[in-house]
Design a protein around this ligand. Structure first.
Ligand code: SF4
Ligand code: SF4
Length: 310
């Protein structure tokens, strides 16, 4: 099934040391780009791409058109999965925000993550309890497993009985080792949001094919590959990308097209609507978060590879 994701903006009210975006070649947290909401809705009305849509960032609730975006998407899709740190300005008067969340109803699935460096655990716990009491669809209550999370805070989240789980960190640690490599790299004292087994069981492939978008570890592959990715990702620059790697670093060589092209006529890579996937040549490694979701095979260098004009 195709994976449709909208990265509304990459700026955020947090600056987590482990943020995947902080490792990009640009400091994209300071990237002021914001998706053009009316144009986005016009594009998606013409091209639904998938049955459901995921909205993520940065922190999407900071987008100035956040509310029109959500209302517009609810008119198009039966399910909108919204990923949030539950801590931006939009949540400041939480009871007011909650009333709006209730009006949007159960077509929204709330994926929340707690960031210990930037929020009090008690505030997060209270907000999660209110969301639960309001009967909203809460799918994710999690924290990424990094040194920012102390045992004391993890125990508090666990004891709160809010369905909290730990998300395995993927990518390089300070010493430069790609994680997770073995089960010893995983904190199994707490429930896991996703099983890290695919990374551990296929570590050689993970290491060979993935790299953080980090200048210390150049992402170039030794050989070109053909990638069949099902990710249809719309960036804050209004361009459409086949995966997280190229979106985060705004690599226009790998932008397939733009939401201004309603008919998808001038797209550089063709989207197979039937199979819901791209088929493109690529010479860079994938971001760890794309591992598991792409199918790649060796190929020859393509004759022409030019960037999308913006
Ligand atoms: S809250 Fe999420 S997007 Fe924002 S800095 Fe932290 S990890 Fe990055
Ligand atoms: S091979 Fe990896 S980096 Fe290249 S397009 Fe596919 S998912 Fe993206």
């Amino acid at each position: 099934m195709a994976y449709l994701g909208i990265f509304t903006n990459l700026f955020c009210n947090h600056q987590c040391s482990y943020c995947i975006q902080a490792k990009s070649s640009l400091d994209v947290r300071k990237n002021p780009d914001k998706v053009d909401v009316p144009q986005l809705l016009a594009f998606l009305k013409k091209n639904r791409i998938a049955h459901s849509v995921k909205v993520l960032g940065g922190e999407s609730s900071l987008h100035p058109d956040f509310e029109p975006l959500m209302t517009g998407l609810l008119g198009l899709y039966s399910k909108v999965v919204f990923t949030t740190n539950l801590n931006g300005k939009w949540y400041e008067k939480f009871d007011t925000a909650l009333e709006k969340m209730k009006k949007w109803g159960n077509k929204i699935v709330w994926n929340t993550s707690f960031h210990p460096g930037w929020m009090e655990a008690d505030v997060y716990i209270e907000r999660i309890r209110k969301i639960k009491a309001a009967g909203l669809r809460l799918n994710q209550v999690s924290t990424t497993d990094t040194p920012d999370l102390t045992k004391e805070v993890a125990d508090k989240l666990m004891a709160a009985n809010i369905g909290w789980a730990l998300q395995t960190f993927t990518g390089r640690n300070k010493e430069g080792r790609m994680l997770p490599q073995t089960w010893a790299d995983v904190n199994t004292n707490y429930p896991q949001l996703y099983s890290p087994a695919p990374y551990i069981d296929n570590y050689e492939s993970y290491l060979a094919n993935c790299e953080d978008a980090d200048e210390n570890h150049p992402p170039q592959r030794d050989t070109w590959v053909t990638c069949k990715t099902k990710r249809f990702l719309i960036g804050p620059d209004n361009l459409i990308y086949p995966c997280h790697r190229h979106l985060y670093v705004r690599d226009h060589n790998y932008a397939a097209g733009s939401i201004h092209d309603l008919g998808m006529k001038d797209f550089k890579f063709k989207w197979n609507r039937l199979l819901g996937r791209w088929n493109l040549p690529c010479d860079t490694k994938c971001n760890p978060c794309d591992f598991e979701f792409v199918k790649i095979t060796d190929t020859k260098k393509p004759a022409v590879s030019s960037a999308i004009a913006v």
